[in-house]
Design a binder for this molecule. Structure first.
Ligand code: PLP
Length: 399
């Protein structure tokens, strides 16, 4: 069984534009069923949550289905699924809430591999409480985290370790389970930024050892929003700032204001869309795992073709995505050209491969690269061989 890419592409009205989208790590295109679910929910009878009438029940159902869908996607408990506007917003909210229990002498660990979303909120929360920030360093030669000092960096003073499931710049997938094992040995919590990895892997938050795991559905065919999962008991132990009349129930305690039911319905539709890529049979969770295996295998084939094409360009391109374990996201620089010029050249030919830092501020510094000097090519399952040929032809022409 392999992915039916032609059928998959036909589900995305936007692909009729002819653009070859290599900007999946920035946000994927959206299948029609997701847009339809949003419109159907928003224009159907819809009120605030309740049980007395259909419009109230529709809102209730959208929330319940959203929690079930995210729980199936991540191998989590639906009672621990928190809705958020973005991963950045959720991470700021959780950093501020967790920091209420930190004090001088406590330590927080962040990494040089992470998007700034999983760095700055922790650094700023630590600064506000007197906690010390410790770093897991990125080795620029291997594009992997240097874990040689893990037992010293993560120690009995550590309260929290924030680490990415995969780098949105380099694709590197660090050994989260190994880092989490050490964190738990010393009683620290683990906050995993799963925004990039969720689009490319069947996530199992338990196997990862993530106490908190955040993802953004707009990176996997859904609407622009985010979700965080944690054990309900852990959420119960936390005291976010909230309005007095709003419920103290978990997970609602963390969800400020009225929820966007139509967006939540769109997320459920996106998860169902992914599950439907797998052969029939089994639970939705089983189908999500199987679908992700198909996606992974398909994207790996395309990634290898791009890597071979870049290698053929010799020293005109330096590929920085070198980690052994990584997503199909390639970051490269051009020793003799500006990446923004390269990106413009591609755009004129209907190919979107952006140049920039992608908010991966710390990895950029660790790689010692000038800002805006690189190009990122990320794959989504709707990319096909023709997209890859166009990309490589246009790059060869430019260089
Ligand atoms: C790895 C990673 N983390 C966090 C974010 C921020 O996500 P959001 O836009 O939902 O705040 C991004 C966005 O590109 C990302 O790629």
């Amino acid at each position: 069984m392999s992915l039916d890419v032609a059928a998959l592409r036909a589900s995305f009205p936007s692909l009729a534009s002819g653009i070859a989208h290599f900007d999946g790590p920035g946000g994927t295109q959206t299948p029609a069923v997701v847009g339809e679910a949003v419109a159907r929910t928003l224009t159907g009878p819809l009120s605030n949550r309740g049980t007395s009438i259909a419009s109230e029940r529709n809102a209730e159902q959208a929330v319940a289905e959203f929690r079930d869908a995210i729980a199936d996607l991540l191998g989590a408990d639906p009672r621990g699924v928190v809705y958020g506007r973005s991963a950045t917003q959720l991470t700021y909210d959780f950093s501020r809430t967790l920091a209420k229990t930190w004090s001088e002498g406590d330590e927080i660990v962040v990494t040089q591999l992470d998007h700034d979303c999983n760095v700055r909120p922790w650094v700023q929360a630590a600064r506000a409480t007197g906690a010390v920030v410790r770093w897991l360093r990125l080795n620029p030669d291997t594009a992997e985290l240097d874990l040689s000092g893990l037992d010293e960096v993560v120690n009995h003073r550590t309260r929290l370790v924030a680490v990415t499931g995969a780098s949105n710049l380099l694709g590197t997938k660090p050994p989260v389970a190994e880092i989490a094992r050490r964190a738990h040995e010393v009683g620290a919590l683990v906050y995993v930024d799963g925004v990039h990895c969720t689009a490319h892997a069947a996530v199992d938050v338990g196997a990862l050892g993530a106490d908190f795991f955040v993802c953004s559905p707009y990176k996997f065919f859904g609407p622009h929003c985010a979700a965080l999962v944690a054990a309900p008991a852990l959420l119960e132990s936390m005291a976010p700032d909230k309005l007095l009349p709003s419920t103290d129930e978990v997970p609602e305690r963390f969800e400020l204001g009225t929820l966007p039911y139509e967006i939540m319905a769109g997320v459920t539709a996106a998860v169902d869309f992914i599950a439907a890529l797998a052969p029939d049979g089994g639970s939705r969770r089983d189908r999500l795992v199987a679908a992700n295996e198909l996606i992974d295998e398909y994207e790996l084939g395309l990634r290898r073709r791009i890597e071979a094409g870049l290698e053929a360009l010799g020293d005109r391109v330096v590929v920085h995505s070198r980690a052994v374990d990584r997503t199909p996201t390639l970051f490269f620089t051009f020793p003799s050209h500006d990446a923004a010029d390269a990106s413009r050249h591609l755009a004129q030919r209907g190919i979107l491969a952006p140049a920039g830092t992608f908010y991966a501020y710390e990895p950029f510094r660790a790689l010692n690269l000038p800002v805006e000097s690189g190009m990122r090519v990320g794959l989504a399952p709707y990319n096909d061989g023709s997209d890859v040929d166009r990309l490589l032809d246009a790059l060869t022409e430019f260089l």
